[in-house]
Design a protein around this ligand. Structure first.
Ligand code: C2E
Ligand code: CA
Ligand code: CA
Ligand code: CA
Length: 279
């Protein structure tokens, strides 16, 4: 028995085995996370550059793991996609976010746009439209206040299926935006055909501003193109006053980032909304 234990110790110290073990453990945990109410949402403000008002929020999911503490979505969303768990998790995110948007409408007496991330797997799920319709119906949220964030990769994958799904979503009246814009492959032709409300410039372009002249040129070009196509532009990852200043100068519409507000619990957003006047 002693020897056996020794061998096991050897086996488990191999880092690949450790990785596989922790992956499997995480997956088992993720299956229970929804039922055990371990997932929660943070909300990051989206600010109108001209007025300084908070006009919307993006919902960002977190997992409070009973042993490991808080786990980032960059770690568990890929796992959720792999296992298909993203569909029930995504539905929970959508419902929770819509419910919260309604709650803010009641307390703050103003309409905030709610942005929710959709992964490729959710977008391809044949029940997506039904899931969105029932979340809106059950919470009473105006569809025009819901914005679904999709990445370029999700949209470009299968043109015909994408068009059909976008048509259905447009039929419901929800808005769409392209997340992480500039990091994937977008065809300009599709940009023209897709009925997308907003482009979100990826934070990798914003992070070097204002010094990085190449990123500045790209940012300015994306803003000009989006405006030419009658789209709204959101800059994400805004961390400094200098970045905000430059984006203002370029005519960017909305900004999101640590400088304007970290992803925060709903109570903190309520506080922001109830403050007499931002700015
Ligand atoms: P994303 O959609 O691009 O979300 C923006 C990420 O940038 C968030 O990371 C946010 O916390 C972070 N961020 C915000 N402001 C700043 C800033 O000023 N500087 C920097 N460096 N980062 C900033 P987070 O919350 O860790 O989320 C990571 C990714 O996980 C998201 O990227 C999104 O792709 C995914 N994700 C998060 N929540 C959900 C969800 O409910 N469903 C799905 N499908 N994916 C989600
Ligand atoms: Ca996003
Ligand atoms: Ca993004
Ligand atoms: Ca991202």
């Amino acid at each position: 028995a002693k020897n056996c234990g020794k061998n096991n110790a050897k086996l488990y110290s191999s880092s690949l085995t450790m990785q596989i073990m922790s992956h499997v453990k995480l997956e088992v945990g993720l299956r229970k996370a929804l039922k055990n109410e371990e997932l929660y949402l943070l909300y990051q403000p989206q600010i109108d550059v001209r007025t300084g008002d908070i006009v919307g929020v993006e919902a960002l999911v977190r997992w409070r793991h009973p042993e490991r503490g808080i786990i980032s979505p960059t770690e568990f969303i890929p796992l959720a996609e792999e296992t298909g768990l993203i569909v029930p998790i995504g539905e929970w995110v959508l419902r929770t976010a819509c419910k919260q948007a309604m709650a803010w409408q009641r307390v703050a007496k103003r309409s905030l746009r709610m942005a929710v991330n959709l992964s490729a797997k959710q977008f391809k799920d044949e029940n997506l439209t039904q899931i969105v319709v029932s979340a809106l119906h059950d919470t009473g949220l105006d569809p025009r206040l819901l914005e679904l964030e999709l990445t370029e990769g999700t949209l470009m994958d299968d043109a015909r299926a994408t068009m059909a799904t976008l048509e259905q979503l447009r039929g419901i009246g929800v808005h769409l935006s392209i997340d992480d814009f500039g990091t994937g492959y977008s065809s300009m032709n599709y940009l023209k055909r897709f009925d997308v409300r907003a482009l979100k410039i990826d934070k990798s372009f914003i992070s070097g501003l204002p010094q990085d002249s190449e990123n500045a040129a790209i940012t300015r070009a994306i803003i000009a193109m989006a405006h030419g196509l009658k789209m709204v532009v959101v800059a994400e990852g805004v961390e400094t006053d200098a970045q905000l200043g430059l984006l203002q100068e370029y005519g960017c519409d909305l900004v999101q980032g640590f400088y304007l507000g970290h992803p925060s619990p709903h109570e903190a957003i309520t506080q922001m909304l109830l403050q007499p006047c931002a700015e």
